[in-house]
Ligand binder design. Structure first.
Ligand code: OAD
Length: 263
Protein backbone atom coordinates (compact mmCIF):
# COMPACT_ATOMS: atom_id res chain seq x y z
CA UNK A 1 0.00 0.00 0.00
CA UNK A 2 1.41 3.44 -0.83
CA UNK A 3 2.16 5.64 2.21
CA UNK A 4 -0.65 8.17 1.56
CA UNK A 5 -3.22 5.40 1.29
CA UNK A 6 -1.82 3.72 4.41
CA UNK A 7 -2.13 7.00 6.31
CA UNK A 8 -5.69 7.53 5.11
CA UNK A 9 -6.53 3.98 6.13
CA UNK A 10 -4.98 4.55 9.57
CA UNK A 11 -7.00 7.76 9.97
CA UNK A 12 -10.19 5.97 8.94
CA UNK A 13 -9.48 3.18 11.41
CA UNK A 14 -8.81 5.68 14.19
CA UNK A 15 -12.05 7.54 13.35
CA UNK A 16 -14.00 4.26 13.43
CA UNK A 17 -12.52 3.31 16.79
CA UNK A 18 -13.20 6.77 18.22
CA UNK A 19 -16.80 6.74 16.96
CA UNK A 20 -17.36 3.30 18.45
CA UNK A 21 -16.06 4.43 21.84
CA UNK A 22 -18.33 7.50 21.80
CA UNK A 23 -21.38 5.58 20.62
CA UNK A 24 -20.97 3.07 23.44
CA UNK A 25 -20.34 5.67 26.16
CA UNK A 26 -22.78 6.77 28.85
CA UNK A 27 -20.88 9.94 29.72
CA UNK A 28 -18.70 11.92 27.34
CA UNK A 29 -16.57 14.95 28.18
CA UNK A 30 -14.88 17.20 25.64
CA UNK A 31 -11.95 19.30 26.83
CA UNK A 32 -11.27 22.09 24.38
CA UNK A 33 -8.50 24.64 23.90
CA UNK A 34 -7.67 27.54 21.64
CA UNK A 35 -7.16 25.27 18.59
CA UNK A 36 -10.89 24.71 18.20
CA UNK A 37 -11.42 28.45 17.66
CA UNK A 38 -8.46 28.91 15.33
CA UNK A 39 -10.48 28.47 12.17
CA UNK A 40 -12.96 31.06 13.46
CA UNK A 41 -10.14 33.62 13.47
CA UNK A 42 -9.44 33.69 17.20
CA UNK A 43 -5.66 33.54 17.73
CA UNK A 44 -4.22 30.64 19.75
CA UNK A 45 -1.62 31.29 22.45
CA UNK A 46 1.47 29.31 21.50
CA UNK A 47 1.27 28.38 17.81
CA UNK A 48 2.27 30.48 14.78
CA UNK A 49 0.68 33.91 15.26
CA UNK A 50 -0.10 32.89 18.86
CA UNK A 51 -0.81 35.64 21.37
CA UNK A 52 2.09 34.74 23.68
CA UNK A 53 4.47 35.06 20.73
CA UNK A 54 3.44 38.67 20.18
CA UNK A 55 2.68 39.85 23.70
CA UNK A 56 4.28 39.44 27.10
CA UNK A 57 1.82 37.71 29.42
CA UNK A 58 3.39 39.33 32.45
CA UNK A 59 2.52 42.77 31.06
CA UNK A 60 -1.06 41.93 30.17
CA UNK A 61 -2.50 38.93 31.95
CA UNK A 62 -1.76 39.26 35.61
CA UNK A 63 -3.05 41.22 38.54
CA UNK A 64 0.14 43.20 39.11
CA UNK A 65 0.01 44.38 35.49
CA UNK A 66 -3.62 45.41 35.94
CA UNK A 67 -2.86 47.27 39.18
CA UNK A 68 0.07 49.02 37.47
CA UNK A 69 -1.64 49.93 34.23
CA UNK A 70 -5.36 49.00 34.06
CA UNK A 71 -5.85 51.04 30.86
CA UNK A 72 -3.25 48.96 29.00
CA UNK A 73 -4.76 45.69 30.19
CA UNK A 74 -8.29 46.83 29.27
CA UNK A 75 -7.02 47.98 25.88
CA UNK A 76 -5.66 44.50 25.22
CA UNK A 77 -8.85 42.75 26.37
CA UNK A 78 -10.98 45.17 24.34
CA UNK A 79 -8.90 44.31 21.28
CA UNK A 80 -9.38 40.59 21.95
CA UNK A 81 -13.13 41.07 22.49
CA UNK A 82 -13.25 42.90 19.20
CA UNK A 83 -11.51 40.02 17.36
CA UNK A 84 -13.88 37.51 18.92
CA UNK A 85 -16.95 39.64 18.17
CA UNK A 86 -15.96 39.53 14.51
CA UNK A 87 -15.70 35.73 14.51
CA UNK A 88 -18.31 33.02 14.29
CA UNK A 89 -18.39 29.47 15.66
CA UNK A 90 -16.96 26.97 13.17
CA UNK A 91 -17.95 23.42 12.22
CA UNK A 92 -16.04 22.06 15.23
CA UNK A 93 -17.99 24.14 17.77
CA UNK A 94 -21.25 23.30 15.98
CA UNK A 95 -20.46 19.60 15.99
CA UNK A 96 -19.82 19.56 19.75
CA UNK A 97 -23.13 21.39 20.31
CA UNK A 98 -24.92 18.69 18.29
CA UNK A 99 -23.15 15.92 20.23
CA UNK A 100 -24.49 17.40 23.46
CA UNK A 101 -28.04 17.13 22.15
CA UNK A 102 -27.51 13.69 20.70
CA UNK A 103 -25.61 11.83 23.44
CA UNK A 104 -27.13 10.79 26.80
CA UNK A 105 -24.67 12.86 28.91
CA UNK A 106 -22.19 15.25 27.38
CA UNK A 107 -20.24 18.01 29.13
CA UNK A 108 -17.99 20.53 27.50
CA UNK A 109 -15.02 21.66 29.57
CA UNK A 110 -13.24 24.53 27.86
CA UNK A 111 -10.14 26.57 28.51
CA UNK A 112 -11.39 29.13 26.02
CA UNK A 113 -12.79 32.45 27.18
CA UNK A 114 -14.29 33.41 23.81
CA UNK A 115 -17.86 32.22 24.36
CA UNK A 116 -18.01 30.60 20.90
CA UNK A 117 -19.19 27.24 22.28
CA UNK A 118 -22.24 28.92 23.79
CA UNK A 119 -22.85 30.84 20.60
CA UNK A 120 -22.75 27.53 18.70
CA UNK A 121 -25.50 26.16 20.93
CA UNK A 122 -23.64 24.21 23.62
CA UNK A 123 -25.38 24.60 26.98
CA UNK A 124 -23.59 22.34 29.44
CA UNK A 125 -20.30 24.20 29.56
CA UNK A 126 -17.63 24.43 32.23
CA UNK A 127 -15.46 27.48 31.52
CA UNK A 128 -12.21 26.76 33.34
CA UNK A 129 -10.49 30.06 32.57
CA UNK A 130 -13.50 32.37 32.75
CA UNK A 131 -15.22 34.31 30.01
CA UNK A 132 -13.90 37.39 28.27
CA UNK A 133 -17.41 38.85 27.94
CA UNK A 134 -17.89 39.01 31.69
CA UNK A 135 -16.35 41.64 33.94
CA UNK A 136 -16.01 41.35 37.70
CA UNK A 137 -15.18 43.76 40.49
CA UNK A 138 -11.39 43.81 40.83
CA UNK A 139 -11.88 44.00 44.60
CA UNK A 140 -14.17 40.95 44.36
CA UNK A 141 -17.14 42.63 46.03
CA UNK A 142 -19.34 40.15 44.19
CA UNK A 143 -20.49 42.24 41.24
CA UNK A 144 -20.41 40.46 37.88
CA UNK A 145 -21.29 42.19 34.64
CA UNK A 146 -22.32 39.88 31.83
CA UNK A 147 -22.20 41.57 28.47
CA UNK A 148 -23.48 39.88 25.37
CA UNK A 149 -21.18 39.73 22.36
CA UNK A 150 -24.15 40.58 20.18
CA UNK A 151 -24.30 44.04 21.70
CA UNK A 152 -20.70 44.53 20.72
CA UNK A 153 -21.51 43.73 17.14
CA UNK A 154 -24.09 46.48 17.08
CA UNK A 155 -21.74 48.98 18.66
CA UNK A 156 -18.15 47.77 18.56
CA UNK A 157 -16.87 50.95 20.18
CA UNK A 158 -19.01 50.62 23.27
CA UNK A 159 -16.57 48.54 25.23
CA UNK A 160 -13.54 50.64 24.55
CA UNK A 161 -12.67 52.30 27.85
CA UNK A 162 -12.01 55.99 27.32
CA UNK A 163 -8.86 57.31 28.98
CA UNK A 164 -9.79 58.25 32.52
CA UNK A 165 -13.08 56.37 32.21
CA UNK A 166 -12.14 52.80 32.98
CA UNK A 167 -15.13 50.57 33.70
CA UNK A 168 -16.05 50.77 37.37
CA UNK A 169 -18.03 48.61 39.71
CA UNK A 170 -20.93 50.06 41.70
CA UNK A 171 -18.68 49.81 44.81
CA UNK A 172 -16.27 52.28 43.20
CA UNK A 173 -13.48 49.81 42.48
CA UNK A 174 -12.36 49.05 38.94
CA UNK A 175 -13.96 46.24 37.00
CA UNK A 176 -11.65 43.65 35.43
CA UNK A 177 -12.21 40.95 32.80
CA UNK A 178 -13.53 37.76 34.43
CA UNK A 179 -10.68 35.58 33.22
CA UNK A 180 -8.00 33.65 35.05
CA UNK A 181 -4.66 35.47 34.96
CA UNK A 182 -1.18 34.09 35.45
CA UNK A 183 -0.56 33.36 39.11
CA UNK A 184 -4.29 33.10 39.89
CA UNK A 185 -6.12 29.95 40.90
CA UNK A 186 -9.09 28.60 39.04
CA UNK A 187 -12.48 29.02 40.70
CA UNK A 188 -12.73 26.02 43.04
CA UNK A 189 -16.37 25.21 42.16
CA UNK A 190 -15.64 25.37 38.45
CA UNK A 191 -12.53 23.20 38.77
CA UNK A 192 -14.37 20.78 41.07
CA UNK A 193 -17.10 20.40 38.47
CA UNK A 194 -14.54 19.69 35.72
CA UNK A 195 -12.78 17.12 37.90
CA UNK A 196 -16.08 15.38 38.72
CA UNK A 197 -17.08 15.29 35.07
CA UNK A 198 -13.69 14.02 33.86
CA UNK A 199 -13.57 11.42 36.63
CA UNK A 200 -17.02 10.08 35.70
CA UNK A 201 -16.52 10.08 31.91
CA UNK A 202 -16.38 6.95 29.76
CA UNK A 203 -14.80 8.95 26.96
CA UNK A 204 -12.83 12.19 27.00
CA UNK A 205 -12.26 14.05 23.74
CA UNK A 206 -9.29 16.41 23.98
CA UNK A 207 -9.59 19.00 21.24
CA UNK A 208 -7.16 21.72 20.14
CA UNK A 209 -5.12 22.15 23.29
CA UNK A 210 -1.35 22.14 23.71
CA UNK A 211 -1.82 20.30 27.01
CA UNK A 212 0.71 22.56 28.69
CA UNK A 213 -1.44 24.48 31.12
CA UNK A 214 -2.47 22.88 34.40
CA UNK A 215 -4.79 21.92 35.98
CA UNK A 216 -6.71 21.58 32.66
CA UNK A 217 -3.94 19.41 31.19
CA UNK A 218 -4.34 16.91 34.02
CA UNK A 219 -8.00 16.15 33.21
CA UNK A 220 -7.36 13.63 30.38
CA UNK A 221 -5.08 11.58 32.64
CA UNK A 222 -7.59 11.77 35.49
CA UNK A 223 -10.29 10.47 33.14
CA UNK A 224 -8.00 7.71 31.83
CA UNK A 225 -7.13 6.55 35.36
CA UNK A 226 -10.87 6.30 36.03
CA UNK A 227 -11.37 4.07 33.02
CA UNK A 228 -12.23 6.53 30.25
CA UNK A 229 -11.14 6.09 26.67
CA UNK A 230 -9.05 9.13 25.68
CA UNK A 231 -9.18 10.65 22.21
CA UNK A 232 -7.03 13.57 21.08
CA UNK A 233 -7.88 15.81 18.12
CA UNK A 234 -5.05 18.16 17.22
CA UNK A 235 -3.10 19.28 14.17
CA UNK A 236 0.17 18.56 15.99
CA UNK A 237 1.54 16.12 18.55
CA UNK A 238 1.30 17.35 22.15
CA UNK A 239 2.61 16.06 25.47
CA UNK A 240 -0.77 14.30 25.81
CA UNK A 241 -0.45 12.40 22.51
CA UNK A 242 1.75 9.67 23.99
CA UNK A 243 -0.72 8.64 26.65
CA UNK A 244 -4.08 8.91 24.85
CA UNK A 245 -5.77 5.84 23.36
CA UNK A 246 -6.64 7.34 19.98
CA UNK A 247 -5.00 10.24 18.14
CA UNK A 248 -6.95 11.94 15.36
CA UNK A 249 -4.44 14.17 13.63
CA UNK A 250 -6.07 17.07 11.79
CA UNK A 251 -8.02 20.30 12.21
CA UNK A 252 -10.94 19.94 14.60
CA UNK A 253 -13.31 21.71 12.17
CA UNK A 254 -12.82 18.74 9.80
CA UNK A 255 -12.13 15.87 12.18
CA UNK A 256 -15.14 16.43 14.45
CA UNK A 257 -17.71 16.35 11.61
CA UNK A 258 -15.96 13.25 10.19
CA UNK A 259 -16.26 11.61 13.59
CA UNK A 260 -19.90 12.63 13.95
CA UNK A 261 -20.70 11.18 10.54
CA UNK A 262 -19.57 7.78 11.82
CA UNK A 263 -21.72 7.78 14.94
P1 OAD B 1 -2.40 26.83 22.87
O1 OAD B 1 -2.22 28.02 22.00
O2 OAD B 1 -1.37 26.55 23.89
O3 OAD B 1 -2.50 25.53 21.96
C1 OAD B 1 -3.38 25.46 20.86
C2 OAD B 1 -3.38 24.03 20.35
O4 OAD B 1 -4.30 23.94 19.30
C3 OAD B 1 -2.02 23.55 19.80
O5 OAD B 1 -1.73 22.27 20.32
C4 OAD B 1 -2.26 23.47 18.28
O6 OAD B 1 -1.51 22.44 17.67
C5 OAD B 1 -3.75 23.19 18.24
N1 OAD B 1 -4.46 23.62 17.01
C6 OAD B 1 -4.28 24.74 16.27
N2 OAD B 1 -5.19 24.80 15.27
C7 OAD B 1 -5.97 23.69 15.39
C8 OAD B 1 -7.10 23.18 14.69
N3 OAD B 1 -7.62 23.85 13.63
N4 OAD B 1 -7.64 22.01 15.10
C9 OAD B 1 -7.12 21.35 16.16
N5 OAD B 1 -6.07 21.77 16.87
C10 OAD B 1 -5.50 22.93 16.51
O7 OAD B 1 -3.86 26.94 23.52
P2 OAD B 1 -4.44 26.20 24.82
O8 OAD B 1 -3.92 24.82 24.95
O9 OAD B 1 -5.90 26.40 24.79
O10 OAD B 1 -4.86 30.34 29.62
O11 OAD B 1 -3.82 27.10 25.96
C11 OAD B 1 -4.15 26.83 27.29
C12 OAD B 1 -4.18 28.10 28.09
O12 OAD B 1 -2.93 28.81 27.94
C13 OAD B 1 -5.20 29.12 27.63
O13 OAD B 1 -6.49 28.85 28.10
C14 OAD B 1 -4.65 30.39 28.20
C15 OAD B 1 -3.20 30.24 27.87
O14 OAD B 1 -2.30 30.89 28.72
C16 OAD B 1 -5.24 31.45 30.26
O15 OAD B 1 -5.39 32.51 29.71
C17 OAD B 1 -5.47 31.22 31.73
Amino acid sequence: MDPTMALEQATRDALERAAKAIAGARRVVALTGAGISFESGVPTFRGPGGLWRQFRPEELANLQAFNRNPALVWEWYSWRRQRIAESRPNAGHECLARLERRLPAFTLVTQNVDGLHRQAGSARIVELHGNIWRSVCARRCGVVLDESPWETRRDPECRWPEPGALPRCTCGSLLRPDVVWFGESLDTDVLGCAIDEAGAADVILVVGTSGLVYPAAALPDLARRNGAATIEINVEPTPLSESVDIVLRGPSELVLPALEARL
